[in-house]
Write a protein that binds this ligand. Sequence first.
Ligand code: FAD
Length: 386
Amino acid sequence: MGHLLQAIEELRETWRSHGSALFVVRGDPWECVPALAAQLGVRQVHTAPCLAFDERRENEMTERALAAAGVKLLVHDETTMIAVDDLPFAIDHLPEVFSNFRRLVEKSCRVRALLAVPALASLAEGLRAEAEASSNATMATADLMEAREAVVITDPRASFTVHGGRSHGLARMQRWFWETDCIARYKQTRDGLVGADFSSRLSSWLALGTLSPREVAAEIRRYEAERVANDSTYWLFFELLWRDYFHFWVRRWQGRAFKASGVLGRTPCGAQDREAFLRWCEGRTGEPFIDASMRELAATGQLSNRARQNVASWLARSEGIDWRWGAAWFESQLIDFDVGPNWGNWQYVAGVGNDPRNRIFDVRAQAQRYDEDGAYRARWGAATGA
Ligand SMILES: Cc1cc2nc3c(=O)[nH]c(=O)nc-3n(C[C@H](O)[C@H](O)[C@H](O)COP(=O)(O)OP(=O)(O)OC[C@H]3O[C@@H](n4cnc5c(N)ncnc54)[C@H](O)[C@@H]3O)c2cc1C
């Protein structure tokens, strides 16, 4: 929430600098949006889609409420790298296995150019003042002020600090691509646990929508043309295809994305052991690699992909606890929470989703391999499980 507020503040500033203003309102979209449309006398509302189960219903209700007032809702879909309309199959036929999806998409799809940034009309003075006053009041409510303060990470063990504003996402891309050339080494570093640069760290801006996956793809192509094209530059594109896959997956499976038996209809372990679950959440399992990871997540809202896989496998497979509890905990903690990637990866690791290999992680072997010198466990005070 705090990162979203940072993004909104930056957007307000950008609009102000164009002589316009942003109305920040809170409430159910099917009530707030038509009310604002009526207040401003607009005939069209433009939006981006989120087509997971709840969001889809909300969009439909908003569209109906707007239509009743004679206002048209126009949806611009730039949330995935590959446009849904370009897929070589209907969404109901999304391949069950990622590698089949990737092969089909790589053979026949290209990434579309970014949508043009719409020109901002300047607002009349009175309307600008109204927008400023009502948005200031919204942003000043106690819970939002608290959420904004909560994103300031003071923990010295944190490797990376995120600010939700778009300019910070662009700066991160500039640094990780062009100033440090980290992208050219990504395939070798991506399983890292400590440090800011082993992976791109772009997920939180992508999840908020302040960066588009299409602009990251365009930057990869530019880097490949101007510097180097190698396995690592390709791998970033490959990971963005995983992101696309899970976005399409949640559109495809709707409510099944959140069912214990998953999209495969398997019987999961599903134990409802509250005490064991709390030990996992708080980093008190006694398994040092798991505890270090869960403490990092609680302190920073961030976690590497390697650690996410391990803690998820530990909870759902080794401890046999309902994987949905873990997914919900991640949803409440991650600053890059994104419905498809989160719930899809959880199903995948829990063995009820789309992993054809159905693996269970040996967390001790993983710790030995990826945290050989114990630096990560020591950093999070879990070298002895303390
Ligand atoms: C249990 C579990 C839950 C997860 N929950 C989320 C989530 O809520 N939001 C989220 O964005 N990612 C999630 N991931 C995927 C992945 O861990 C993060 O995207 C990645 O760690 C973010 O760091 P980065 O931006 O440095 O990634 P990089 O390694 O630099 O990858 C570049 C981008 O590719 C995408 N990506 C990479 N790996 C995956 C993946 N496995 N699935 C989908 N997209 C991927 C992300 O958009 C990421 O920003 C989850 C993974 C697991 C195992």
